[in-house]
Design a binder for this molecule. Structure first.
Ligand code: NAG
Length: 237
């Protein structure tokens, strides 16, 4: 009887060891495949609505970009975000005659390109999306601290990610690059989290002044929005 119990326990412990090994292998495989696609700024990546994690980012490459965009467009979350941008942000820019159908718009921290898509839907054809991680077809890779565009190349620079500026490695550099790439008299429209003091944000932009500020809800998160006009003067030094 003792012998029988001992053998049974032996078998159980061997089975458990096998299960644990399999689990470890699985874990190792999973984490290493995530690391391949992970990014030094993975915190800002995971804050973007799509993709949610660096694992999603790693696997996204195998998907056809146009198919993926079609899928994203069909998702309720994407539609909500588009509706919010169209209702809460674009009319304010239009009212100030800062956004037209012919405007050239740069979307920084564009994530999967929701703002680019919303602009297209609103009839603004010339919208470019950039982020630290490329996300074709709407977003290509560019560092917001060092934008690969000429001075004054855009009429509007839009940042609808409320964590992009405050979470940037060098927020003042981020702001300076937005100011450099927007033309004189052009607009910078940005979202920041509701608790962030807008005057602190405004002080980062040395050549622009705030012309509109309001509270909005983007994707369920409470944000403060600001529109600044680039007047080229370094009055706030
Ligand atoms: C936005 O909301 C915050 C806190 O809820 C408030 O302090 C601030 O004055 C509001 N800003 C505007 C422009 O309405």
């Amino acid at each position: 009887m003792d012998e029988h119990v001992r053998r049974l326990l032996n078998r159980v412990s061997i089975a458990l060891a096998a299960v644990a090994t399999a689990a470890l292998l699985q874990l190792f495989h999973h984490s290493s495949s995530c690391l391949v696609g992970s990014h030094p700024y993975s915190s800002s990546l995971s804050l973007a609505p799509f993709p949610r994690t660096s694992c999603d980012a790693a696997s996204r490459r195998v998907v056809d970009p146009d198919l993926r965009l079609a899928k994203l467009r069909a998702s309720p979350r994407w539609r909500r975000r588009n509706a919010a941008l169209s209702a809460a942000v674009f009319p304010r820019l239009r009212r100030l005659v800062l956004l037209r159908r012919s405007s050239r718009v740069l979307c920084v921290a564009a994530g999967a390109g929701q703002a680019v898509d919303a602009l297209h839907v609103a009839g603004v054809g010339d919208a470019t999306g950039v982020d630290l991680v490329d996300f074709p077809p709407l977003v290509r890779r560019a560092d917001p601290h060092n934008l690969p565009f000429f001075d004054g190349a855009f009429d509007v620079v839009l940042c609808d990610d409320p964590q992009a500026l405050t979470g940037a490695l060098f927020p003042s550099r981020f702001a300076a690059e937005a100011e450099r790439t927007v033309r004189l008299g052009g607009a910078i429209a940005l979202a920041v989290e509701r608790h962030v003091d807008l005057s602190t944000v405004a002080s980062l932009f040395k050549k622009s002044r705030v012309v509109d500020a309001w509270n909005a809800t983007l994707d369920g998160s409470a944000v403060s929005m600001a529109i600044l006009i680039n007047n080229g003067k370094s009055a706030k030094q």
